[in-house]
Design a protein around this ligand. Structure first.
Ligand SMILES: [Zn+2]
Length: 415
């Protein structure tokens, strides 16, 4: 027997189950045969390991005195409109709308205003439509529409989605939509605030796409932005990667937001309560990426500087003339001083850090090495870095051997 089931929001799956169990328990009255139980079923999409939860109603429609409850005809007040609702797991034919008669009752035969009619069927397949107030007379059981929760009632109770109705969008699809909105519509991620949020923009966009695909819409379609990208699957791989990377990111994290984010990233479907969480993975991962780049650059810089500095005191007495061979240029910064533009060169040589405040300039680049001569001027500590200060620095040109001088001359002649 096919059990009636519908997908539920994973954030409230347990609460939905308890609510459904309560409804079913209320309906399972004494004197009625049949009845239902509900359970929560976890399902896993084998392709991407996304999970979703269904509430499944097992059991059979109620039956009393040989009459089975097929369903309910519910009239919209003051109109000739009605909807039909089937009992969960009823396997016979649907209620034939063409046979429905407003105000009629097959039990008492009187016509009067009725909000509900109950459809019952016996073992021979004979059906009767009984006014809700006559059910006690007819069946010996006082029917109240709230006692029997039809498939629709159960479904609507949870604002869920039935397998037969409109399915919620998959999480991958919602992230694809978010990427279209961010890259092609809004031009960036929008933090939630007075001017809306990316989540709102995604929901609006999805709604417009739905309108657009409505077959009742005729004429030229005014809304086309980003649709080609969405339909061609331009962002599918990126959306899937966001889920994979996102799951890795939250794996070792806990706390309100992260716990909810885990659920959103694991969920096959993006329920309304999950859309905002799901979309937030985009800036979260972007921030992680930027921080990793920054941390790497800082670590490299630290390694380059700290790795070679072992002397944290002034390298030599003030006034000492030094020649520093193979001094590594690790920093070049400039500022506008009282006497014009000043450049601060930072060097590392012989296990110490040196700084030179230069007004004349010096042709060097970070990472290069120079042979330098200069005079010790003092010592300073800036942002935990200890440096011996130099003044009157200049580059020491390497002394050439006789052979090198000859070779150089030849090269010069050649030009
Ligand atoms: Zn009646």
């Amino acid at each position: 027997m096919e059990n009636y089931s519908w997908v539920v929001d994973p954030l409230s799956a347990q609460a939905s189950l308890e609510k459904a169990q309560k409804l079913v328990k209320r309906a399972n009255k004494k004197g009625l045969n049949g009845g239902y139980s509900v359970e929560l079923i976890k399902k896993v999409n084998p392709e991407n390991e996304a999970v979703y939860y269904e509430i499944a109603v097992t059991g059979t429609p109620y039956e009393i005195g040989g009459w089975t409850f097929v369903g309910v005809i519910e009239w919209v007040p003051e109109t000739e409109l009605f909807i039909t609702k089937s009992s969960p797991n009823y396997e016979g034919a649907e209620i034939d709308r063409s046979l429905v008669k407003q105000n009629a009752c097959d039990h008492c035969g009187t016509n009067r205003k009725r909000n509900y009619q109950v459809v019952v069927e016996n073992a021979e397949g004979e059906r009767k439509v009984v006014g809700s107030t006559c059910t006690k007379d007819f069946l010996g059981w006082a029917f109240s529409p709230s006692f029997i929760d039809s498939e629709k009632d159960l479904e609507e109770s949870f604002r869920g989605y039935s397998s037969g109705g409109e399915s919620p969008k998959t999480s991958v699809y919602i992230l694809e939509t978010a990427l279209v909105v961010i890259n092609e519509i809004v031009g960036g991620y929008v933090k939630s605030g007075n001017t809306g949020s990316t989540k709102d923009a995604v929901i609006d966009y999805d709604f417009q796409v739905k309108e657009e695909s409505d077959s009742r819409y005729y004429g030229p379609k005014p809304f086309t932005a980003g649709l080609a990208s969405l339909e061609s699957g331009k962002y599918t791989a990126q959306a899937e990667a966001l889920i994979v990377e996102g799951r890795k990111f939250v794996a070792d994290k806990s706390g309100g937001y992260y716990d909810n984010l885990k659920v959103a990233l694991e969920s096959e479907f993006a329920f309304p309560s999950l859309i905002g969480l799901l979309v937030s993975i985009i800036p979260v991962l972007k921030k992680v990426e930027l921080e990793a780049i920054k941390a790497k650059a800082e670590a490299e810089k630290r390694l380059e500087i700290e790795g070679e500095v072992t002397i944290q005191t002034q390298f030599a007495e003030t006034g000492t003339k030094l020649v520093l061979n193979q001094a590594k240029v690790v920093g070049i910064h400039g500022f506008n001083g009282a006497y014009g533009w000043v450049q601060i060169f930072t060097f590392i040589a012989e296990g110490a850090r040196f700084k030179w405040f230069s007004t004349g300039g010096f042709d060097a680049e970070i990472g290069s090495t120079v042979n330098l001569k200069g005079t010790v001027k003092g010592f300073d500590t800036y942002k935990d870095a200890n440096s011996t200060l130099l003044t009157r620095c200049s580059e020491v040109k390497p002394k050439l051997t006789k052979a090198e001088k000859e070779a150089l001359k030849e090269v010069e002649w050649a030009f």
